[in-house]
Design a protein around this ligand. Structure first.
Ligand SMILES: *Cc1c(COP(=O)(O)O)cnc(C)c1O
Length: 461
């Protein structure tokens, strides 16, 4: 231990790392070495080669000290990729974040009256303006929005949901579970493939607190199917004076069918159609920060806002600032499509992607032709994020078939590189879909490919 520390300090190799962190890493490294000596021949060899041991140590410390959350290049073609952080924020939101993060703000101060204000007032107006709703509220994420609405309106009561809509979203958000947690009782009606208005009608009792419709975000029921449409459900709710809520999941403010995607109900359509409460995510198709948005009738939103649970699910000033800037972009639809990365990626024309793929392929060949075979390939991108599951956007990729390196090895090297690069493995090729790779990321991609395909020649192995 002391030997190692002495050497590291003398060599100044890691003198940017705080001493406490260095000690911690060295102790851990030596523990790992001691443990693997018992079983591993290679480690025993390491002990007799002091230089290699110290090199390994430096590598370990650098790796450990590296930032946990950092940028990666998304070559998968999945636009709203939950594992990769979902939506990218537009520049306007980044500017708002740095202004608001580094200064005091009027978060809860009304600048007109000088009295205490509501942190939500900044986005509530915008949300009402954009969706036509009477009132709005923003919480931590859509899962929280659904939980809060259920707890407020239906705790101790029954909530009627079609069996075809009992969705599970990744990360263990399941309608029956969230329902139980909210204290509401789930009443399932209909069958997996077919649910009729009379199923809801017959299930309504004095205990019914809510009729709930859930968007089948990540699956489709096809064939002999039937669901009750919004208008019928809303009429039924009115008749019985029971609120009707729709969990839209992705929640889009712009009709994206012009880009070849199927028509999804927009938030405005749900609101003007008469839904009492509509919930959706901030970071799926909306293209903003993680948030859960509730819009709808004031009478219900007021109850939801006053629920003490709301305080536990509230969002912070950074989210508010980012969300407000994103919503402002929606005031001009053309600007939203241009400046919100999630939408801009959906809107990228196939011809542009084909051209970018050709260029990238040429650059790869010029740089690395002896290490891999590069080809241009027509493929399909996906919207992702549990939105529009079986819909594809025609796109173009560069496919890499490495020479003398296994595809799994290349995939790992790229994933562990200076800027991690995530591609899509298909058969014996690694694909990079140009739709989710920003124009200014191409140089990083090339450098990463070089480092991974020609370790030793490049900057690092
Ligand atoms: C994604 C989704 C959720 C969860 O939203 P988060 O913002 O990830 O919490 C809830 N319901 C539906 C239908 C969804 O698609």
């Amino acid at each position: 231990m002391n030997d190692c520390m002495g050497w590291l300090i003398a060599s100044k190799t890691l003198d940017d790392i705080p001493l406490q962190r260095l000690k911690f890493c060295v102790r851990h490294f030596l523990d790992i070495v001691r443990q693997s000596i018992q079983t591993d021949q290679a480690t025993r060899g390491l002990l007799s080669d002091r230089q290699r041991l110290l090199d390994e140590l430096v590598h370990y410390v650098r790796h450990y000290h590296g930032l946990g959350v950092r940028r990666v290049i998304n070559g998968t073609g999945v636009i709203v990729h939950t594992n990769l952080g979902r939506s990218l924020l537009p520049m306007a939101a980044m500017e708002a974040l740095s202004a608001v993060g580094a200064s005091y703000t009027n978060l809860e101060l009304n600048l007109d009256t000088g009295k205490r204000g509501s942190r939500y007032q900044h986005v509530e107006g915008l949300l009402c303006e954009l969706t036509g709703a009477e009132a709005a509220l923003v919480v931590n994420n859509n899962a929280a929005a659904v939980l809060l609405a259920l707890e407020t309106l239906a705790s101790g009561k029954e909530v009627i949901v079609s069996r075809g809509q009992l969705v599970e979203i990744g990360g263990s958000f399941r309608i029956p579970d969230i329902m139980r947690r909210s204290g509401a009782r789930l009443v399932e009606v209909g069958t997996t493939n077919r649910t009729h208005l009379r199923d809801y009608q017959e299930a309504i009792t004095g205990d019914t607190g809510l009729l709930l419709r859930v968007h089948c975000s990540n699956y489709r029921i096809v064939g002999f199917t039937s669901e009750v449409n919004n208008a019928e459900l809303i009429r039924l709710g009115k008749e019985h004076e029971i609120p009707v809520m729709e969990d839209l999941g992705s929640g889009c403010l712009i009709d994206l069918s012009r880009f070849g995607l199927s028509k999804e109900p927009t938030v405005q359509e749900a609101v003007t159609g008469g839904m009492d409460i509509v919930t959706f995510s901030g970071d799926k198709l909306l293209g903003g920060p993680q948030a859960g948005i509730l819009v709808g009738r004031k009478q219900y939103l007021d109850q939801i806002k006053n629920n003490p649970l709301n305080r536990a699910l509230r969002i912070d000033k950074l989210t508010l600032a980012a969300l407000e800037s994103v919503l402002r972009l929606y005031l001009d639809e053309a600007q939203a499509l241009r400046e919100i990365p999630t939408l801009a990626m959906i809107a990228l024309p196939e011809a542009v992607l084909a051209e970018r793929a050709q260029t990238l392929c040429k650059q790869c060949n010029a740089l690395l032709a002896d290490s891999a075979v590069f080809t241009v390939l027509s493929i399909c991108s996906q919207v992702g994020g549990g939105a529009m599951p079986e819909q594809n956007l025609a796109s173009w990729a560069v496919a890499v078939e490495p020479i003398g390196v296994k595809i799994s090895q290349l995939e790992r090297r790229l994933r562990q590189g200076t800027i991690p690069i995530i591609g899509r493995v298909e058969a014996d090729r690694l694909l990079f879909d140009l739709r989710t790779i920003a124009f200014d990321e191409i140089d990083f991609l090339l450098a990463g490919l070089k480092a991974a395909l020609q370790p030793g020649k490049g900057e690092q192995a």
